[in-house]
Structures are given as C-alpha cells and as structure tokens.
Design a protein around this ligand. Structure first.
Ligand SMILES: [Zn+2]
Length: 580
C-alpha cells in the first residue's frame, strides 16, 4: 500500500516518464492508408541555422543497437523500415534479414492487439512496390542511413495509439529473452529490476544508499528486500524511488512548472533518522505543518497555533479529504533501513497536529518544536543523539496521536532531577504524556482542585514555598528548589519536616499576619495529603514536576500581570527567578 501510494504520487506529479518510451529525434513519417498503401513521405526535420534537425518525439524505447541485427519497435532506420539504405554499405541479404526482423515485431504486436493500423504497416512492409515508392521520395529528401522513420495511418501516429502503447509497456524490458516475472506492484509481466535506485539520506553514504534491507516482513513481501522473492518492474521501481527522492529534496523542480520547486515532504530528525511523508492530494499546508513539528522559528508560533485552531473554519487551503502516509528511513553505510511506516486520514492528522501543539504548550504558552523537546531530554542538550526509536515515538505521537512511551517520562524525570528544575519543554512533554495516558484534560494547566494527586500537590507546594523564599531573600546560591526538588520528588517524607521548618522561618521573616497569602496557600495544598508518602514512583515523580511547573508558571504570570497593572518595578519582586 505504501509503495503503491508512492507510485501514485510519482504519477500525479509527473515525476517519471514511461520507461518503455524515450525521447528521440525522428526525421520522417511514412503516411499510409488503411490498406497499407503508401500515401507520402513527410519530412519532419526542421531547419536550425544551416542544419536540419529531426523532430523530438516520444517513441518506443530503443534496444540500444550493437553490431548485431536488432530491430526497434515501429520507429527505426531505413534498413529496418524499408529494407533500403542510402550508402550501399549493406548486402541485399542483410537488408532482407533486418526488414524481416522489423516486420516480425510489428506482427507480434498485431497478434496481441488486433489494431488495424498495425495491419496496415504489415501490408506496407510486405509490398516491395509500396516500399520502393517510399524509398524514391526519401532519396528526394537526401535521407541518411541513421535517419529514423515512423508510421502514420490516416494521420494517426501508430506508435502513439493507446493500445500500442499499452502493448509496448507490457513487453519485458531487455527483450523477449529476459527472465519475465509478474511485478508485485502493478501486476504486469516484466523483467524485474536488479538494482534499486540509490537515495541520498541523512546518515547514509554520500553517494546514496539503496533501499534494500527492511526489517518488517510486510515490506519484504512488498519488494523492498530484493528481486528474487518479490519482483518489481523497472517502471514501478523508478516511480517509487523518484517519489522518495523528490520528497527528500528541499528543492526538487516541479516537472509541470520547472521554475517552481515542489514542497519538501520530509524532516531530518536525528543524525541518521529521516521521516518522509506525503498525501494523495493537494494538502500543502498540512504537509508544511508536519514539517513544523520538528522546527519552526519562535515568530511563527502564534501563526501556527491560530492556523491549527481553525482548520474547520476553512482557513486551511486544500481539502480535508484524503490519506496521509509517513515512513521512517534510517541511513547507514551502504543501505537505508525502513524503520516503520504509518498511514491515516488527512482530517485526523490535522486534528492530531492541533492536539499536539496544544498539549505541549503549557497553560497556553507557545508550543516548542520537537528539536527543542528532544534537547531538553538529553545530556548536554544533544537531542539528535537520542536513540532512533525514542525520537520516532515522539514524532509518531505528534502526527498520529499516540501515547508517549514510558521512556519519555523517565527521561524527563531524570533530567528534572539532575538539573533540579523543570523546563517548559519537559513540562510540555509531561503534560502530553499524562493527558494521553489518563485521558484526563485536567493535566492541561494548573489544577488547584483537591482531585489532583498527592505528588502533583506536593510539586505545587514546593513551588509556592520557592515563591515565598524569593520574597525573603532573592540572592541565594542555593534556593529551596535546589535543596529540595530531588528529595521531595522521590522520598518526600524524609525531607518534609525540614522543608516545612524552613517555610515557617520564611513566614516569620515576612511578618505576614496569620492566615496571610502563603500560609493560606500552603494550608490549602496540604489539606488532605497528610501523611506525606515515603516514596514516589516514576509516574508520581512526573506529576510532582508538572505540579511544580504549573504553579510556578501561574505565579509568574500573576506577578507579571500585577506588575503590568501597577506599572512599577514590583513585577520583579516575585517569581521571575524563573525555574527554567
Ligand atoms: Zn510494476
């Protein structure tokens, strides 16, 4: 199915020519009537300066002549078409052999198609008189031995007749002796290709890699694994490899409008992993948005969200009908490996993208590109070095609305602990992880309800106490988060008393009245969470981090808004010692 859709893409965009035809310069057209009688010889050559140039036509692919006798189909030199030659270099016997070969090829086609125009050509070839009249006119035009002749019967070009084209494209490439097998993609009998076209891929050899080795049995039956067990004809192989190359290219010229490149349909996700995607129709904007999963400049963030918010209001050009396809290629030395492939309806993919960008943007903050999300999970921010499967799972999550795997949660928790903070990127990932895992939208932004889990609420607690500390003393080398984030998020009971004691000190320093803001807030959060658990499991550590981030983000926004309203320096008082 996926190969077939690539072949359809190649056909829709006009990426490949029929490999059984080729462009060649033809000098003369022999005009015949329906009975094979010679009408006249038409000179197709055009004057270019002092030269006479044959007319470029699409003709049946030529055999590639050797010294041996080898006819071409329907369009050939005079020694094959007329049994004559202007320079007197061939013996009559040789010319007879060549004429016979040419006639046999036409006769085989007539047998297969019963096309009357082919019968007219045979009648002409069988009549020495008719051919002789044609040769006389050719001599009048001073024809040369390598001039090509084609046939027209009652002004219909014989090699262009649909039935003839069909017949010829079904002939095995490489002649009748070739080992013919049924192509598993188009079903036609043809000589299978021996070598698949090479494709330039991130992580592959610079000269390109062949699509040969695939780890999914489904693909082996689709012909990716070689031609012995799954024959693919030349046309199908050309079509899908050209469609892939076109999708991987940043500026592949549009064959229909060469001045304008076709839009790119792939994204490089790591050192050697590339996602390639396409649809079966005109969905340029959707394809562009899929590319934006990986990266978009910050300036485009609001545009992107606005656009995705309103796909049903008609702001997206193109139809929502159709099918979306995606495959993952991993480049290695000498080969490309297909890691995975997926397909879904275009309308679902649009909705999936909207959800993705919404879920990874925390509490209405702008979403972050996948590249940054990956960096936030990696040591030294080298996200491109994360395992292929890991990166792929996030891209799949974005495009196909899949749950994010546990390793994403684990990596986010791990980085939070070692950096002693929760970044916007990791908070977004945790949000998406929990929303998808639990199907609860409550993870979308600050949850102040008593339904929130103990871990989430203790995360909030730490954030509130951090805000309180910032009021007391902003210039600490090691603040409350630095000291307590890791221990509170893993074994809270052991450090809870120390944390609360520090909080009481801060309350006294602030000289807040009993029941002041912080005391009240802390009381609310702790209502019903006692006793504090001894340990938090991985998922709870993730919830702790999310609670912490949501509370920090909300406090910061509150402070910013308050600062803006007062128009004073007070905006700097609290919270802008950002945890990021
Ligand atoms: Zn085929």
């Amino acid at each position: 199915m996926i190969l077939q859709s690539l072949i359809d893409l190649a056909a829709r965009e006009g990426l490949v020519e029929d490999p059984s035809y080729q462009q060649a310069g033809v000098s003369f057209a022999i005009f015949l009537n329906r009975d094979g009688g010679f009408d006249q010889l038409m000179d197709l050559r055009q004057n270019e300066g002092k030269r006479q140039v044959p007319k470029k036509l699409s003709i049946p692919k030529r055999a590639g002549r050797t010294v041996n006798d080898q006819e071409d189909f329907l369009v050939d030199k005079s020694e094959y078409v007329l049994g004559a030659e202007p320079d007197g270099k061939r013996t009559p016997e040789k010319l007879t052999v060549r004429l016979d070969l040419f006639r046999s090829a036409v006769a085989r086609a007539y047998e297969a198609t019963s096309q009357p125009e082919l019968n007219a050509v045979i009648g002409f070839l069988d009549s020495a008189d008719e051919r002789h009249r044609c040769v006389q006119q050719a001599e009048g035009f001073k024809y040369k031995s390598n001039d090509l002749f084609c046939f027209e019967v009652e002004h219909e070009s014989v090699h262009d007749l649909p039935a003839v084209k069909q017949y010829w494209s079904e002939q095995p490439v490489g002649g009748a002796d070739a080992d013919v097998q049924q192509c598993i993609l188009c079903g036609r009998d043809a000589a299978p290709v021996e070598k698949h076209t090479q494709i330039k891929l991130m992580g592959g050899s610079t000269s390109g890699v062949a699509l040969i080795s695939f780890n999914k049995p489904a693909f082996e039956s689709y012909g990716w694994s070689g031609n012995e067990n799954a024959p693919v004809c030349q046309k199908c192989a050309d079509s899908y490899s050209t469609a892939l190359r076109r999708s991987l290219d940043t500026s592949y010229p549009d064959p229909k409008r060469p001045e304008r490149p076709l839009p790119r349909q792939s994204v490089v996700l790591s050192e050697n992993l590339t996602a390639v995607y396409w649809t079966d129709g005109a969905h340029d904007e959707l394809l562009e948005n899929v590319g934006r999963i990986n990266y978009f400049p910050e300036s485009e963030a609001s545009l992107l969200t606005a656009q995705l918010q309103s796909p049903w209001k008609g702001s997206l050009s193109g139809s929502t009908e159709g099918r979306f396809y995606c495959l993952f290629l991993q480049g290695g030395q000498g080969r490309a490996t297909l890691r995975d492939w997926r397909t879904q309806d275009v309308r679902n993919v649009q909705e999936n993208l909207r959800c993705w960008f919404e879920e990874i943007g925390v509490a209405g903050d702008r979403p972050r590109p996948l590249r940054f999300l990956l960096n936030s999970l990696a040591v030294k921010r080298e996200g491109y070095k994360l395992p292929e499967r890991f990166i792929r799972s996030l891209f799949l999550g974005a495009v196909f609305y899949q749950e994010l795997p546990l390793v994403v949660l684990a990596a986010a928790v791990e980085r939070n602990k070692s950096e002693k903070t929760v970044s916007a990127e990791r908070a977004g990932l945790l949000q998406a992880y929990f929303i998808r895992k639990t199907k609860r939208r409550t993870y979308m932004g600050l949850d102040e309800s008593s339904d929130a889990t103990t871990a989430y609420r203790l995360g909030r607690l730490l954030a509130v106490m951090q805000a309180q500390q910032s009021r007391v003393n902003r210039n600490l080398n090691k603040n409350i988060t630095d000291r307590f984030f890791t221990s509170m998020s893993t074994r809270p009971a052991s450090v809870f008393p120390a944390l609360m004691a520090l909080g009481r000190t801060h309350t006294r320093s602030l000289k807040e009245k009993p029941g002041g803001y912080f005391e009240r807030k802390i009381g609310e959060i702790l209502d019903g969470v006692m006793p504090v658990p001894n340990t938090f499991r991985l998922a709870e550590q993730g919830e702790f981090a999310l609670g912490y981030y949501h509370q920090r983000y909300s406090d910061m926004n509150y402070t910013k808004a308050k600062g803006a309203a007062e128009g004073s320096e007070s905006s700097k008082e609290e919270g802008d010692d950002d945890a990021e």
